[in-house]
Design a protein around this ligand. Structure first.
Ligand SMILES: [Zn+2]
Length: 90
């Protein structure tokens, strides 16, 4: 389940990385964005009414799920762009 969500997050990341001003998109930044987004999204799919349910690939193709993931990925990119953890270029 996590892998499917992670896959979807990475897809969105690759599509959106050039659209966020100041976001560098290196491996470290991508890692941070994916981790941050996963932490945001995973609870939504594992709590409440959905507890124990399995997220299917089809479900992640839904417009609503895609829009939700996109928003979370964009937000994570803005946060990483504002405070990147990668080493500054010398
Ligand atoms: Zn970076």
């Amino acid at each position: 389940m996590t892998n499917l969500i992670e896959e979807s997050i990475e897809e969105h990341h690759d599509q959106l990385k050039s659209k966020v001003a100041g976001y560098c998109g290196c491996a470290q930044c991508k890692d941070d964005v994916v981790t941050m987004a996963l932490n945001q999204i995973r609870p939504r799919y594992t709590s409440g009414a959905r507890r124990g349910s399995v997220v299917t690939r089809a479900e992640l193709q839904h417009d609503q799920a895609r829009a939700e993931i996109m928003v979370v990925v964009l937000e994570a990119m803005r946060r990483v762009a504002a405070a990147p953890r990668h080493l500054p270029k010398a």
